[in-house]
Design a protein around this ligand. Sequence first.
Ligand code: PMV
Length: 360
Amino acid sequence: MTEKDFIPLPYSHEHSEGKVTYKSPSNIALVKYWGKKEHQIPANPSISFTLDACATTTTIAYKKLENPTPNFSFDLWFEGKPKETFKPKIEIFFKRIEKYLPFLKEYHFVIETSNSFPHSSGIASSASGMSALALCLMHIEKERMPSMEKDFFTKKASFLARLGSGSACRSIEGDLVQWGHHENTVGSSNLYGIKYPYSVHSVFNNYHDTILLVDKGQKKVSSSVGHDLMHQHPFAKNRFVQAHENLTKLRTVFAQGDLKKFIEIVESEALTLHAMMMTSLPYFVLMKPETLQIINKIWDFRASSGANICFTLDAGANVHVLYPAAEKEEIITFIKNELVVYCENGQYICDRIGFGAKKM
Ligand code: PMV
């Protein structure tokens, strides 16, 4: 498929008003997306676990305007209050997707959004937020084009979400989603995320992710600045090759349930992401002392207990602790006894692999 396939033909139906709600989860990348080309095309393919508990719920109430306006017409509410500061981001998103949803200027939208996780938790809400918004807009498009197939609906929702925030395209479905062209993955695309098309061992069912909130502040580097720094980066070329190789390796790892190899790839990806930031110009260290203390504790515990626990990181100091459901008791006890002390105000979120967004 190409971008052109997402430009609709004239709509067959009219809809003057309505309301729709979607709840869409966050996701955590195992092979990281870091570096992009124009139009949110990723510099390398990535794969993520869709999460379950960390989610955004978005409602759009829409009403046809008497006369279409030259500008987008919308109100934005966040957690029950008007939120003017979020509006420019939505405005940019609408501009980017207008070509693919030509009805946008025909309506007034009231967008109400809320997160299941605390706003200032250091957890990025762009993946869950942009995917929820894209799904609500796709619902409106489907009303105007009732013959739309489910597969197209899902692909276009992911395509639109990607234009809001790259990683958001991996939040439409679950439980494992790959985004970005990879020659060894059938159906993979730079334009949208796909459900992982190969066999996945049952050891990954219900995989857990306990998110340790080490630093609940605003992100120190915005993703867009971070992605841009990969353009002049001395190690970028090798990094992109490595991401392709890791995805190829993961195919056997997922099929065989090889947790030792899984851990090696996931931790190496997390540290590589941070290594890229530390070696860009300007350079950044996004880990905190507590992040490193947690990592060392995890390594010690894994060495002494043999537990299949590992960590991954986003572009920040928080630590995602990943482990199989079967080892939950032992690992949760370890987390509570030894890791929670490094969290800001002792806060952490117990999440697990999820199955994608839901219409409410
Ligand atoms: O979707 P963005 O542009 O906010 O980028 C997200 C990048 C990482 O979270 C660091 C990695 C990833 O693949 O999710």
